[in-house]
Write a protein that binds this ligand. Structure first.
Ligand code: FMN
Length: 187
């Protein structure tokens, strides 16, 4: 299963359309998760996960951790907010710190960084933006991908003003190409 994680609150919006197109072009079984539906709490920085092996918060992340680990590849999409990712995506990334302490995956080469259960999984990152700031949003998600030692398949920032990306064939084609690259990588 290829997992899409969308951090926009607008289900008819541009970020979701991009993630859906990437997933579609993988030609695989896919699942799209909307972080807005998961009620993801903030990471409190307590570090209990490092010795308890899981996050103390029982919320939508509990199920998402499993899906992330079980997936063959992950596509993360965020709208660009103030030149960066949305709070939903940032919370998902922060809470994912617990993945390193669940006792699965290869040991990190960096001391204190736990294990890397997502290592070597292909990952793509996409962001929708009206005008400016998408580079940083993509960079933030890329950093998450590299911290988790996933393989970055590609990134795409769609600049669409206040328009619908579905009306821009070139944007949808570029998003789809990321999906095709994931398909190729999984062959
Ligand atoms: C809180 C907030 C912050 C935003 N910040 C930016 C920004 O820094 N640069 C920009 O060009 N557009 C910005 N936008 C516009 C969105 O990036 C744009 O409308 C995007 O397509 C929204 O994605 P969605 O359709 O998936 O909701 C912002 C919108 C919101 C709601």
């Amino acid at each position: 299963m290829i997992l899409g994680i969308c951090g926009s609150g607008r289900k008819e919006g541009n970020t979701g359309a991009l993630v859906e197109e990437v997933l579609k072009q993988t030609g695989s079984e896919t699942e799209l998760v909307w972080l807005i539906d998961l009620n993801v709490g903030y990471c409190t920085g307590c570090m209990r996960c490092t010795f308890e092996g899981n996050c103390w918060q029982q919320d939508g992340m509990t199920e998402l951790y499993k899906k992330m680990i079980d997936s063959e590849a992950i596509v993360i999409g965020s709208p660009c907010y103030y030149g960066d990712v949305s709070g939903l995506v940032k919370s998902m990334m922060d809470r994912s710190i617990a993945l390193g302490y669940m006792g699965i995956g290869k040991e990190s080469e960096t001391p204190m960084h736990g294990r890397k259960p997502l290592a070597d999984k292909p990952a793509a990152v996409v962001s929708a933006v009206a005008g400016h700031g998408v580079e940083r949003a993509l960079e933030t998600m890329e950093r998450f991908v590299s911290y988790n030692e996933m393989k970055l398949v590609g990134k795409f920032g769609a600049v669409a003003g206040m328009q619908d990306v579905r009306e821009h064939a070139n944007i949808m084609t570029e998003a789809g190409e990321l999906g095709a690259r994931i398909k190729e990588m999984l062959r």
